[in-house]
Design a protein around this ligand. Structure first.
Ligand code: GAR
Length: 212
């Protein structure tokens, strides 16, 4: 992608605790990740991700479709907000809400998501948080992991940027597996963001090639 050498301005979308958001902030502060965090958007004012933004001097905006009469009105405000903050790249970090189609279309290959399993298995509707890990255990899979992918109109189906694995252990429950995957998420997302922001990947059909 690249941006003529300028540092990309990112909006992070988060619904919950935002530990992935924090891991990105930490990598930026460590000098490993070269982006600007322009703002944090959350559908929940109580999300701890909002507090993390404030602690790090990043504007936090609570924006939910519930605040609007129609989904279209919500979508318009969201798009305006991204324009106001001159956002180049959108990073979904535990964002559990549907994105407007017009946003996906405007920011094509500029929206990243992290999913706590190896897509296309254990993805799609209802597959978020603990549900994912319970489904992996119920299936009896021997490995799970992390997928970072571009977001398109199909839920959890955009081109894959990065995948890494963890073992599923005999004595795992959803909580222990989630913790192992989350640790790997924290060490993975920044790598994918850095590769995309640095213009180190290119997309050929569904395949994302390059150094991540
Ligand atoms: C992460 O495990 C992320 O992969 C998952 O939600 C968690 C958010 O944790 N996302 C999904 O399930 C999306 N389908 P965090 O708020 O601590 O970053």
């Amino acid at each position: 992608m690249g941006n003529g050498g300028a540092v990309l301005r990112c909006a992070v979308f988060a619904s919950g605790g935002g530990s992935n958001f924090q891991a990105l902030i930490d990598r930026k502060n460590a000098g490993d990740l070269h982006v600007e965090f322009a703002l944090l958007i959350s559908n929940s004012s109580k999300a701890y991700a909002c507090e993390r933004a404030r602690q790090n001097g990043i504007p936090a905006v609570h924006l939910s479709e519930k605040q609007f009469e129609t989904f279209e009105a919500f979508s318009t405000r969201l798009m305006d907000l991204l324009d106001e903050y001159k956002v180049d790249l959108i990073i979904l970090a535990g964002y559990m809400k549907k994105l407007p189609c017009e946003l996906i279309s405007k920011y094509r290959m500029k929206i990243l998501n992290i999913h706590p399993a190896l897509l296309p298995a254990f993805g799609g509707k209802g597959m978020y948080g603990k549900n994912v890990h319970q489904a992996v255990l119920d299936y009896g899979a021997k490995v799970s992991g992390v997928t970072v992918h571009f977001v398109d109109e199909e839920y959890d189906q955009g081109p894959v940027i990065l995948q890494r694995t963890v073992p599923v252990l005999d004595n795992d429950d959803a909580e222990t597996l989630a913790a192992r995957v989350l640790t790997l998420e924290h060490d993975s997302y920044w790598r994918a963001v850095e590769a995309v922001a640095g213009g180190n990947v290119h997309i050929e059909g569904r395949r994302v090639a390059g150094e991540v």
